[in-house]
Design a protein around this ligand. Structure first.
Ligand SMILES: N[C@@H](CCC(=O)N[C@@H](CS)C(=O)NCC(=O)O)C(=O)O
Length: 252
């Protein structure tokens, strides 16, 4: 039996869960970021990150590796396009979603829960808009003549979907008038069962937590998310966060 260490707010975990559901693979779920599950998560991933997939005695961490593992073990309903060029492009989109797009969305949302009004570093939204603009333009181009980025539904679409949902709530969304193919793609995905279920789960999770725009006391920071902040010149803000004891580092 497979067990997924999941969290309904993690774009990486959401991607993996949609893959499992799309392939109709049975699995058990543990909310790996729930405080009461901390020890169980630590036992399978010392970095204390979700997602993690446990397949009997075998542990796979890091979402693109988990997807590759699932695809290898369960090839039916493939999510890697069979055409080599489309496959390479789909994996490149997955990587862009996991790295730069995740970093921008995470940093603008301050870890997912938003900034207390008036505390967002000046210029952050503008920097995010600037760096998302070429991505939206590339997506618009990539969707010319096709419904999905890999031809059929692929890992590219499922990796991007959680992020392109989040941007709508952060004032950094694409404009449907200038990106009509992207808007049509987004609406198309929302009609797909696994994407609909994903959105419903995330909404229910947020309702359960009763989240307004409250910041968590401490946020776990890592690689790409820090890189984008520093590259865009927000080092003073980030150092102040560290100095204030609000930064948690992944385990080793
Ligand atoms: N590269 C990893 C990144 C996973 C990751 O950053 N997970 C975040 C949630 S989005 C996490 O578990 N953070 C720990 C925390 O917030 O406590 C992957 O693709 O799976």
């Amino acid at each position: 039996m497979l067990t997924l260490f999941d969290n309904a707010f993690s774009p990486f975990a959401r991607k993996v869960r949609m893959v499992l559901e799309y392939k109709k693979i049975p699995f058990a779920v543990v909310d790996g970021l729930a405080p009461e599950e901390h020890a169980r998560l630590a036992a399978v991933n010392p970095r204390l990150e979700v997602p993690v997939l446990v397949d009997d005695d075998l542990v796979v961490a890091n979402s693109p590796h988990i997807v590759a593992y699932i695809e290898h073990r369960h090839p039916a309903r493939p999510l890697y396009p069979p055409d080599p060029a489309l496959r390479a492009a789909a994996l490149a989109w997955e990587r862009r979603a996991d790295t730069l797009i995740d970093a921008i969305v995470h940093d603008v949302s301050n870890g997912g829960f938003g900034f207390v009004p008036g505390t967002r570093p000046p210029g952050l939204i503008e920097a995010a808009r600037e760096d998302l603009a070429p991505i939206y333009a590339d997506l618009e181009d990539a969707l010319a003549g096709r419904d999905f980025l890999g031809g059929e539904l692929s890992i590219a679409d499922l990796a991007l979907f959680p992020h392109l949902t989040a941007v709508r709530f952060l004032d950094i969304a694409f404009d449907g008038a200038t990106h009509p193919r992207l808007l049509a793609w987004y609406k198309r995905l929302r009609q797909i069962d696994v994407c609909r279920a994903d959105l419903e789960r995330t909404r229910a999770y947020l309702r359960r937590l009763g989240l307004g725009l409250q910041r968590p006391a401490r946020i776990m920071w890592r690689g790409d998310r820090i890189e984008w902040l520093l590259a865009r010149g927000f080092h003073a803000w980030f150092c102040a966060e560290i100095a204030a004891g609000r930064v948690v580092w992944p385990g080793r």
